[in-house]
Design a protein around this ligand. Sequence first.
Ligand SMILES: NC(=O)C1=CN([C@@H]2O[C@H](COP(=O)(O)OP(=O)(O)OC[C@H]3O[C@@H](n4cnc5c(N)ncnc54)[C@H](OP(=O)(O)O)[C@@H]3O)[C@@H](O)[C@H]2O)C=CC1
Ligand SMILES: O=C1OC[C@@H](O)[C@H](O)[C@H]1O
Length: 445
Amino acid sequence: MTSLYGFLHRNWRIVHANLIGQPAGPPKTENALKFGLLGTASIAPIAFITPARQHPEVIIQAVAARDRTKAAAFAKKYNIPQVHNTYQDILDDPSIDAVYIPLPNGLHFEWAIKALAAGKHVLLEKPSVSNAAEASVLFRSPLLTTPNPATKTVPVLLEAFHYRFQPSWLHFLTHLDPPNIAHASSSFPVPGSGLPRDDIRFQYGLSGGSVMDLTYTLSMLRAVYGDAAEPVECTSAQLQTMPPPYDELTDWRHDATFRFSNGGTATAYGNLRASLVEVLRDNMWVSVTHRPAVIPDSTALPADQETVRTRKVTLHGAVIGAIWHRVDVEDEFVIRKVGSGTAEAADGVIIKRWRTKSSSKAYTFQEAGFDNYSSEPHWLTYKHQMDAFVDRIRGRQGTGAWVTGEDSIKQMSMIDMVYAKAGLPLRPSSKYLDEVVRKGKGTGA
Ligand SMILES: NC(=O)C1=CN([C@@H]2O[C@H](COP(=O)(O)OP(=O)(O)OC[C@H]3O[C@@H](n4cnc5c(N)ncnc54)[C@H](OP(=O)(O)O)[C@@H]3O)[C@@H](O)[C@H]2O)C=CC1
Ligand SMILES: O=C1OC[C@@H](O)[C@H](O)[C@H]1O
């Protein structure tokens, strides 16, 4: 009953904060960061407007769209004081400190480079760019290590993998032993059957596709292995591509398997056209199975016996845990004769076998063990992400959760691996990449 009440109360507050109430938020500090928004993307209200309003150090100062009338209507709706004529005008405005870029994936590279060159901090929607070639140029740009001549600061760039910043994700990670992961799997079905033909997800030229759009499935696999291992090979990739008259170079579903550098394996499943039944049954999850490990035994076993544990940890509700999530830890134990089994399996001469299961949740940082960092159970990933982004700009430690540039580069390499294995072309590089690489344009070189 308590948890049903918690679920309803939390979700009512989420709906109120993001959809119907949209409270004004706290007063702004004197030196609050002024943000500009590039484009009137559908994701902007929930991922940017609400968290920015809720942050005392963030002011949403300006918006620009391809069509000024559209930008003006958006500005009126969300109470944004300035409308600029073009995206570039936002970058040219010296009063703007930071930008949020929720443009189609194929435009991320160009506008992120241009924004960094203008000295703006950049919160860049996922996936960061179109492919690994773009990622290595962007995330290794000298613009990220040298103070901008105009602002005298080194800009911060973050790929908006919002799930990484929430308490439930941090809590889940505490149950993992990355060097000993044997297999990880992830699943993210979304109900996108109604998406129109011109949706950005189905435009190859804008770097669409399910591996790009639902790239959380790949990102989470990399995140659970952490620093212990990276994917070295995509061992299989079945991509379902859109039927005509859609763009047939875009995939709506992916099933891919990987081999990691520590010998572990992984599978990713993402579906942009899942049925509602599938979505409800198979809400976004990530699951990790460890190698069997001999564990110290407190029950004083005879010297010729040992206890071996095989641990599986699953996070249900992995993308936006504030709505609902649960971490399940399932252990299989065996007591076996010492020397009778292998290190890779809980086998040998088995004396006893049993299983245990426990579940936990962490809606706040306190529940996740971060005693010095307060939060509310209904705060969405996007708010946690905004808080972390501002903390980084201000030089504050925060919870420590972050997505590094090298992480974003490796993420794009993993996406490239899948397209290559499936026999589909990598998502196309921006024409601007050539200008940056050959002419040093926008890099300050
Ligand atoms: N973090 C998250 O949970 C989510 C992230 N995303 C990511 O955010 C980004 C935007 O996604 P979404 O909001 O669904 O996309 P939308 O299609 O709603 O918005 C994209 C915006 O880009 C601008 N734009 C500029 N050039 C083009 C073009 N050639 N074609 C279409 N739009 C163009 C448009 O703004 P205007 O016309 O106003 O200039 C448009 O509003 C993507 O990178 C996506 O992966 C998406 C959904 C969820
Ligand atoms: O980032 C996203 O998360 C939710 C999905 O429905 C959406 O297509 C994707 O862009």
